[in-house]
Every structure is written in C-alpha cells, then in structure tokens.
Ligand binder design. Structure first.
Ligand code: SF4
Length: 172
C-alpha cells in the first residue's frame, strides 16, 4: 500500500523527540511544553545565532512543519552543538530530506557540529525512506495513546526539560 505522507506527517521537532524519548514526544504533543526554561535549549539558540551570523543565513520554514537551519542550492544544513545525539540528528535530517523529496526538491544533508568543528554528509536512500515511513506510522500510534509511555531512565534525563515532571511527579 502506498504511504500517504499527508496523513502521517509531523513537525520535525516531534520526529526528533521520537528518537530522543517517546514519553517526551507524547508530553510535548499534549501541549506540556517546558523547553523554554531549559538552559541547554537556550545555549543551543545562542550557538545557532552565532553560526547564522557567520554563515549569513537564516531559518527556512516549510509547510509550518519543518524548520531548516540553512537551505542552499544543493544542501540543507543543520547546525548542532555537539555530536552526542548523532543518530537522532541523522534521523531528523533524513526526515527533512524525505519530506523535501516528496515536494519535488532533491537535496543532500549536512550536519554541522559547531563545537567539534566537523561536518557530516547525510543522504537519503530507499532503506532510510522506509524507516521514515515506519517511524511516522509508529509516531501516529504513539500520539493517539491515552496515557504517556512509561518513564525510561536515559543518561540525558537530567538535562531534559521534563526531568522534574517525570521524576518528581511519577517516581514509581
Ligand atoms: S526526563 Fe527522561 S523519561 Fe522524562 S521525558 Fe525527559 S528523557 Fe523522557
């Protein structure tokens, strides 16, 4: 059966959260937003602003769904602080490439890790397209659940904006 992106598409940030923590995605989707208080996010914004100033570019918003850091002739470029969440970064960028492809725009991706001063190229292939489609189907199922997924302790929970929410209100 042909996959219908219109039915399953989500914002880039939700696609990202799916790989960071499914509970975080569920909470965010219910409008429980605490990210503005997160120092890490603030730091991220500063890095972005500095990087933009250097690269003389700005965000591109696609369909109110994807917020691309930079789009030029051949590439979309995502600016990250470090490569600690490399696999998540890669999946998010692949989703962007997939979404653009469906709009008839063919690009390659580059992850730009500012602190480490390194770039990584990301290209969409058939396997990653199928992975994105199955992920979108799974996200759809997850978001329709009545209750949030159970807490899983990740090494980065303490840096998550929902830390207090998870570990103070719902310690088992
Ligand atoms: S604190 Fe941990 S379990 Fe809770 S939403 Fe954040 S990453 Fe997920």
């Amino acid at each position: 059966m042909k996959f219908n992106l219109e039915e399953f598409k989500v914002q880039g940030i939700k696609f990202n959260y799916y790989f960071v923590c499914r509970r975080k995605l569920w909470l965010f989707n219910r409008g429980i937003t605490m990210e503005n208080n997160s120092e890490r996010v603030m730091q991220g914004k500063t890095v972005h602003e500095d990087s933009y100033a250097r690269l003389k570019t700005r965000e591109v918003l696609i369909d109110d769904i994807l917020r691309l850091d930079i789009m030029d002739k051949d590439f979309i470029r995502e600016i990250k602080i470090t490569s600690r969440m490399r696999d998540v970064d890669r999946m998010q960028l692949l989703y962007y490439l997939y979404y653009l492809k469906k709009l008839g725009i063919q690009k390659k991706g580059v992850l730009n890790y500012v602190k480490e001063r390194k770039n990584e190229t990301v290209e969409l292939d058939k396997e990653s397209e199928l992975k994105i489609e199955s992920t979108l189907i799974d996200i759809n199922k997850l978001l329709s659940q009545e209750n949030p997924p159970k807490i899983i302790k990740y090494p980065y929970c303490k840096k998550c904006a929902y830390y207090q929410f998870c570990f103070i209100q719902e310690v088992e």
